[in-house]
Design a protein around this ligand. Structure first.
Ligand SMILES: Nc1nc2c(ncn2[C@@H]2O[C@H](COP(=O)(O)OP(=O)(O)OP(=O)(O)O)[C@@H](O)[C@H]2O)c(=O)[nH]1
Ligand SMILES: [Mg+2]
Length: 285
């Protein structure tokens, strides 16, 4: 996106509430996002949905098929849906998603719902993109220990146990809640994440999810110094991200990496050179 446009947009941001929704593949994130969006629309709120598409540069297409099917978006000016492909973007999807969310914020959307699949780095990036992170688990996610091991529990401001119509929801709910009590689990600054059971396909528990997200947002705002710290920390990470992208692009160009790649591949395959020696020999200018 053009730097001038983003620069113009920047002073106009800060109105939208940004909720990140993450969780394992197929846990029902899109269904939940759609249900929350519809609830917000019924309340007259303008909603934008950004679905981060973990398209692999290797498979040449989305691994799990078409990720955004959001009925109700066509012809409704207060409901915007967009899939963000991560494919081929130096610096990752977080940067482009961030830019899109700033433009939507400046355009007057009240809520920005950002869906990412909880695999790899993307769920950590969501922390930088969102004010409130909703982690969607399902009864099949295992027990709290497995969830903790996966390293995703730390990022949740609100837990959702979706597909509660299936066997095992109660057990996971109890398990997480007991584990949180025993370990005195909390997010930084003492926020204790609530756990919401949902059946996204039949709209059950959706109001509670939204209410808990709103409660978290209100909690963030009630303590001015805390809010400032929260924003400063996000801004710091954002600056690092922006800068690292620019530095990467510049260094890449300066060292003429694209021009050298084919030759390097040829020499490495011919056994003339090891990848490590080639990398070590790159002059960054
Ligand atoms: N039984 C049951 N099925 C559900 C529920 N929520 C979603 N599903 C189904 O689960 C499947 C996956 O739902 P999605 O909303 O696409 O899940 P997702 O997490 O967005 O999937 P990816 O984006 O591919 O990771 C669909 O067939 C949904 O209809 C639920 O609460 N109960
Ligand atoms: Mg989805």
């Amino acid at each position: 996106m053009g730097r001038e446009l983003l620069d113009l947009v920047f002073p106009r941001i800060g109105h939208a509430r940004r909720i990140g929704i993450t969780g394992p593949p197929g846990s029902g994130k899109s269904t939940l996002v759609h249900a929350v969006a519809m609830l917000l629309r019924r309340r007259g709120q303008r909603v934008a949905v950004l679905a981060v598409d973990p398209t692999s540069p290797f498979s040449g297409g989305a691994i799990l098929g078409d990720r955004v099917r959001m009925p109700g978006a066509a012809g409704d000016e207060g409901f915007f849906v967009r899939s963000m492909a991560s494919r081929g973007s130096l610096g990752g999807v977080a940067a482009t998603t961030h830019e899109a969310s700033e433009v939507l914020d400046a355009a007057g959307f009240d809520w920005i719902l950002i869906e990412t699949v909880g695999v790899g780095q993307s769920e950590l990036e969501i922390v930088e993109l969102a004010d409130t992170v909703v982690l969607v688990l399902v009864p099949e996610s295992g027990d709290a220990v497995q969830v903790m091991k996966a390293g995703i529990m730390e990022i949740a401001d609100v837990f959702v146990i979706n597909k509660y119509d299936r066997e095992g929801g109660d057990r996971l709910m109890r398990d997480i809640s007991v584990t949180m009590q025993i370990t005195q689990w909390s997010r930084p600054e003492g926020w204790v994440p609530p756990i919401c059971p949902t059946v996204a396909t039949s709209d059950e528990g959706i109001e509670q999810v939204l209410a808990e997200a709103e409660r978290h947002l209100a909690w963030l705002q009630e303590d001015r110094p805390r809010l400032e710290r929260f924003r400063a920390e996000k801004l710091r990470r954002r600056l690092q991200m922006l800068l690292s992208r620019i530095l990467l692009e510049r260094a890449w160009k300066a060292a003429q990496i694209d021009e050298q790649l084919d030759g390097a591949v040829e020499r490495i395959m011919a056994g003339d050179l090891s990848p490590y020696r080639w990398v070590a020999g790159i002059e960054l200018g």
